[in-house]
Design a protein around this ligand. Structure first.
Ligand SMILES: Nc1ncnc2c1ncn2[C@@H]1O[C@H](COP(=O)(O)OP(=O)(O)OP(=O)(O)O)[C@@H](O)[C@H]1O
Ligand SMILES: [Mg+2]
Length: 145
Protein backbone atom coordinates (compact mmCIF):
# COMPACT_ATOMS: atom_id res chain seq x y z
CA UNK A 1 0.00 0.00 0.00
CA UNK A 2 2.73 2.49 0.94
CA UNK A 3 5.64 2.61 -1.53
CA UNK A 4 7.85 5.25 0.09
CA UNK A 5 7.73 5.77 3.82
CA UNK A 6 9.66 8.62 5.44
CA UNK A 7 10.30 8.26 9.16
CA UNK A 8 11.68 11.26 11.01
CA UNK A 9 14.17 10.38 13.70
CA UNK A 10 15.63 12.69 16.35
CA UNK A 11 16.84 9.81 18.54
CA UNK A 12 14.10 10.37 21.16
CA UNK A 13 11.89 7.74 22.76
CA UNK A 14 8.97 9.07 20.70
CA UNK A 15 10.86 8.71 17.44
CA UNK A 16 11.94 5.17 18.40
CA UNK A 17 8.26 4.19 18.71
CA UNK A 18 7.61 5.78 15.32
CA UNK A 19 10.56 3.88 13.85
CA UNK A 20 9.31 0.55 15.17
CA UNK A 21 5.93 1.10 13.59
CA UNK A 22 7.45 2.29 10.32
CA UNK A 23 9.73 -0.78 10.22
CA UNK A 24 6.65 -3.00 10.64
CA UNK A 25 4.87 -1.15 7.84
CA UNK A 26 7.93 -1.55 5.59
CA UNK A 27 7.82 -5.32 6.09
CA UNK A 28 4.08 -5.52 5.45
CA UNK A 29 4.04 -3.20 2.43
CA UNK A 30 7.57 -3.99 1.12
CA UNK A 31 8.10 -0.23 0.91
CA UNK A 32 11.24 1.83 0.69
CA UNK A 33 11.98 3.10 4.21
CA UNK A 34 13.73 6.47 4.29
CA UNK A 35 14.99 7.62 7.67
CA UNK A 36 15.62 11.36 8.01
CA UNK A 37 17.42 13.22 10.77
CA UNK A 38 17.53 17.02 10.52
CA UNK A 39 20.19 19.12 12.19
CA UNK A 40 19.97 22.87 12.70
CA UNK A 41 22.48 25.16 11.02
CA UNK A 42 24.48 27.47 13.25
CA UNK A 43 22.45 30.45 12.07
CA UNK A 44 19.30 28.79 13.42
CA UNK A 45 21.08 27.86 16.63
CA UNK A 46 22.47 31.33 17.11
CA UNK A 47 19.00 32.76 16.88
CA UNK A 48 17.99 30.64 19.89
CA UNK A 49 21.28 30.95 21.81
CA UNK A 50 22.31 34.56 21.37
CA UNK A 51 25.23 34.18 23.83
CA UNK A 52 26.98 31.67 21.57
CA UNK A 53 29.32 33.23 19.02
CA UNK A 54 31.98 30.68 18.10
CA UNK A 55 35.01 32.02 16.17
CA UNK A 56 34.36 29.52 13.41
CA UNK A 57 30.62 28.76 13.24
CA UNK A 58 31.26 26.07 10.61
CA UNK A 59 32.60 23.86 13.42
CA UNK A 60 29.18 23.94 15.06
CA UNK A 61 27.58 22.76 11.83
CA UNK A 62 30.10 19.90 11.60
CA UNK A 63 29.34 18.79 15.17
CA UNK A 64 25.59 18.94 14.58
CA UNK A 65 25.88 17.09 11.25
CA UNK A 66 28.06 14.35 12.79
CA UNK A 67 25.62 13.85 15.64
CA UNK A 68 22.70 13.72 13.20
CA UNK A 69 24.55 11.09 11.12
CA UNK A 70 25.01 8.98 14.24
CA UNK A 71 21.31 9.30 15.15
CA UNK A 72 20.24 8.37 11.61
CA UNK A 73 22.62 5.39 11.41
CA UNK A 74 21.49 4.08 14.81
CA UNK A 75 17.88 4.38 13.64
CA UNK A 76 18.76 2.41 10.51
CA UNK A 77 20.36 -0.34 12.60
CA UNK A 78 17.25 -0.51 14.81
CA UNK A 79 14.94 -0.77 11.79
CA UNK A 80 17.08 -3.53 10.28
CA UNK A 81 17.11 -5.35 13.64
CA UNK A 82 13.30 -5.20 13.51
CA UNK A 83 13.37 -6.98 10.15
CA UNK A 84 13.05 -4.01 7.81
CA UNK A 85 14.74 -4.09 4.40
CA UNK A 86 15.33 -1.42 1.77
CA UNK A 87 16.23 1.04 4.54
CA UNK A 88 18.27 4.18 3.84
CA UNK A 89 19.36 6.86 6.30
CA UNK A 90 19.64 10.56 5.37
CA UNK A 91 20.81 13.71 7.12
CA UNK A 92 19.77 17.24 6.15
CA UNK A 93 20.41 20.66 7.65
CA UNK A 94 17.63 23.18 8.19
CA UNK A 95 14.42 23.88 10.03
CA UNK A 96 13.16 20.40 11.05
CA UNK A 97 9.47 20.47 10.05
CA UNK A 98 9.95 22.22 6.69
CA UNK A 99 12.94 20.03 5.88
CA UNK A 100 10.99 16.83 6.65
CA UNK A 101 8.06 17.94 4.46
CA UNK A 102 10.34 19.00 1.56
CA UNK A 103 12.33 15.75 1.81
CA UNK A 104 9.09 13.74 1.72
CA UNK A 105 7.95 15.63 -1.40
CA UNK A 106 11.30 15.20 -3.13
CA UNK A 107 11.22 11.45 -2.48
CA UNK A 108 7.57 11.01 -3.46
CA UNK A 109 6.68 9.76 0.01
CA UNK A 110 3.15 8.49 0.46
CA UNK A 111 3.47 8.40 4.26
CA UNK A 112 5.42 10.31 6.90
CA UNK A 113 5.77 8.66 10.32
CA UNK A 114 6.94 10.59 13.37
CA UNK A 115 6.65 10.61 17.14
CA UNK A 116 4.11 12.80 18.90
CA UNK A 117 6.93 14.17 21.09
CA UNK A 118 10.67 14.36 20.62
CA UNK A 119 13.76 15.25 22.59
CA UNK A 120 12.15 18.50 23.79
CA UNK A 121 9.34 16.64 25.58
CA UNK A 122 8.40 19.39 28.03
CA UNK A 123 5.32 18.87 30.10
CA UNK A 124 2.10 20.60 29.12
CA UNK A 125 2.04 19.91 25.39
CA UNK A 126 0.55 16.83 23.80
CA UNK A 127 2.26 17.39 20.45
CA UNK A 128 5.72 18.77 19.81
CA UNK A 129 6.16 21.69 17.43
CA UNK A 130 7.69 19.50 14.70
CA UNK A 131 4.90 16.90 14.72
CA UNK A 132 2.34 19.73 14.82
CA UNK A 133 3.89 21.56 11.85
CA UNK A 134 4.47 18.44 9.75
CA UNK A 135 0.83 17.36 10.12
CA UNK A 136 -0.22 20.86 9.00
CA UNK A 137 2.21 21.28 6.08
CA UNK A 138 2.52 17.82 4.50
CA UNK A 139 0.62 16.90 1.35
CA UNK A 140 0.76 13.16 2.09
CA UNK A 141 -0.77 11.33 5.08
CA UNK A 142 1.12 11.70 8.37
CA UNK A 143 1.12 9.05 11.07
CA UNK A 144 1.90 10.48 14.52
CA UNK A 145 2.83 7.69 16.95
N1 LIG B 1 15.46 17.25 14.08
C1 LIG B 1 14.63 16.27 13.79
N2 LIG B 1 14.93 15.40 12.80
C2 LIG B 1 14.07 14.39 12.48
N3 LIG B 1 12.90 14.19 13.11
C3 LIG B 1 12.55 15.03 14.09
C4 LIG B 1 13.39 16.12 14.48
N4 LIG B 1 12.77 16.76 15.50
C5 LIG B 1 11.62 16.11 15.72
N5 LIG B 1 11.48 15.08 14.89
C6 LIG B 1 10.35 14.13 14.79
O1 LIG B 1 9.20 14.76 15.31
C7 LIG B 1 8.72 14.02 16.45
C8 LIG B 1 8.14 15.01 17.44
O2 LIG B 1 9.18 15.84 17.93
P1 LIG B 1 8.97 17.36 18.30
O3 LIG B 1 10.27 18.05 18.08
O4 LIG B 1 7.76 17.87 17.61
O5 LIG B 1 8.62 17.27 19.87
P2 LIG B 1 9.41 17.87 21.11
O6 LIG B 1 10.90 17.76 20.87
O7 LIG B 1 8.86 17.13 22.28
O8 LIG B 1 8.94 19.36 21.16
P3 LIG B 1 9.67 20.73 20.70
O9 LIG B 1 10.77 20.37 19.71
O10 LIG B 1 8.57 21.51 20.06
O11 LIG B 1 10.20 21.31 21.95
C9 LIG B 1 9.91 13.20 16.94
O12 LIG B 1 9.51 12.03 17.65
C10 LIG B 1 10.58 12.86 15.62
O13 LIG B 1 9.87 11.78 15.00
MG1 LIG C 1 11.90 18.63 19.23
Amino acid sequence: MFKNIVVASDGSEGSRKALKLAAGLQVTCKSELLILTVFRHHSLLEASMSMVRPDDPEILDDVMRDHAKQVAEEAKEMAVADGAQKVRAFVKGGQPARTIVKFAEDHHADLIVLGSRGIGDREGFLLGSVSHKVTSLADCPVLVV
